[in-house]
Design a protein around this ligand. Structure first.
Ligand code: MRU
Length: 354
């Protein structure tokens, strides 16, 4: 299976997703500014993958830091965290991963400070190496956990797939959005592995085409029976092609089950209700924000107006157009049939495991 992000020779190696499907290009990243630019420009994207890349970015900063003291290393890391936190506001996995990395760093700092106080022979260089190793180990653990979570989501969700299903998905919640086999698409991959027969429709996902460029690319690579539609076709395809369920990912889930995902997801949930078909959200538990009660508090990223004025560098709207370009919308929990995580399948309305 293709790996959208890897740690190799103290560098982060990632697929530049803006080049897909035309070119599979890997970038070797040695510094935090290159990584932040990649996240902002969606070279690296998808909530879980953004979280994993932030953890690796933290480790990259630690490993490459020239700091001679823990205090200076801490300053270097704080600067990197500020830059990473400002890349994209909606995917909570970014903040979750950075909080976890900082906790690991501070916990090791406290330990090594305690050792230096009691053992005057402990050279600080030794302590520094130990801290850097611990930080890198934590980042690689986050990466491995993401892979495991993806597989577990797939296995839990595959139970819901029946022979003959027609599944509609939106944006890209697949291999390219995670360190593993995806969330929504992991369910599709697991169901296929189990020998189930079904069809998939993928919405192209304007304005940045994650559905057509990325989902179609990876579904074809993995020999899934998939058909591309443009977003405007969703209602008619649900009605006329017999869509039986909709499965999407999420960037942040509030405590009441409201879920933010790529713009257009809310509309699909409304359509699902109208056509009386289930609408599922698949996401790791790191996407659930314990600090946010409802979707009203989820920060929604607004992106550059140029994304609507140009399609693939070709101008498609007057330059003077007023533009509104939110990258995500929030689906209220009342429209979500169930949330599928690595821990199980949860009916949102009653918060009951099914
Ligand atoms: O703007 P993007 O491409 O990062 O948006 C990605 C999505 O909306 C995904 O559906 C979401 O992050 C879940 S990915 C498993």
């Amino acid at each position: 299976m293709i790996e959208p992000i890897k740690w190799r020779d103290n560098k982060i190696v990632f697929i530049d997703q803006t080049e897909l499907p035309a070119r599979l290009k890997y970038i070797r990243c040695r510094d935090i500014d290159t990584l932040c630019e990649a996240i902002k420009k969606l070279r690296i994207r998808g909530a879980p993958l953004i979280g994993v890349s932030a953890a690796l970015g933290y480790a990259l900063t630690a490993v490459n830091s020239k700091a001679k003291t823990i205090a200076v290393l801490r300053k270097d890391l704080e600067k990197a965290v500020r830059k990473l936190r400002s890349t994209r506001p909606t995917a909570v996995n970014l903040f979750w991963a950075l909080d976890r990395m900082e906790k690991k760093f501070f916990c090791h700092c406290e330990r090594s400070e305690a050792i230096s106080e009691t053992d005057c022979f402990t050279p600080s260089r030794f302590a520094m190496t130990k801290i850097k190793k611990a930080v890198l180990k934590e980042a690689l653990k986050i990466l491995q956990e993401d892979k495991d979570m993806c597989r577990a989501i797939g296995k839990n969700g595959a139970r819901l797939i029946k022979n003959g299903d027609v599944i509609l998905t939106h944006c890209n919640a697949g291999i390219l959005a995670t360190a593993g086999q995806g969330t929504a698409l992991s369910i599709i991959y697991e169901a296929k592995k189990q020998g189930k027969r079904f069809k998939v429709y993928a919405g192209e996902t304007r304005p940045l085409m994650q559905g057509s460029r990325l989902t179609m690319w990876e579904l074809i690579e993995n020999r899934v029976d998939a058909t591309l539609i443009c977003d405007d076709m969703a209602a008619s395809v649900i009605k006329n092609k017999g869509v039986t369920k909709i499965i999407a990912g999420s960037d942040r889930i509030a405590q009441n089950g409201d879920a933010a995902n790529k713009i257009g997801t809310y509309g699909l949930a409304v359509l699902a209700k109208h056509h009386a078909i289930p609408f599922y959200i698949a996401a790791p538990s790191s996407t659930i924000d314990k600090n946010i009660k409802s979707g009203r508090d989820i920060p929604i990223e607004e992106r550059n107006r140029k994304e609507l004025i140009y399609i693939c560098s070709k101008q498609t709207a007057p330059l003077g157009s007023k533009v509104y370009n939110p990258a995500f919308d929030v689906t209220p929990h009342s429209l979500i049939s169930a949330i599928i995580t690595e821990k199980g399948v949860y009916e949102v309305k009653r918060f009951r495991r099914i």
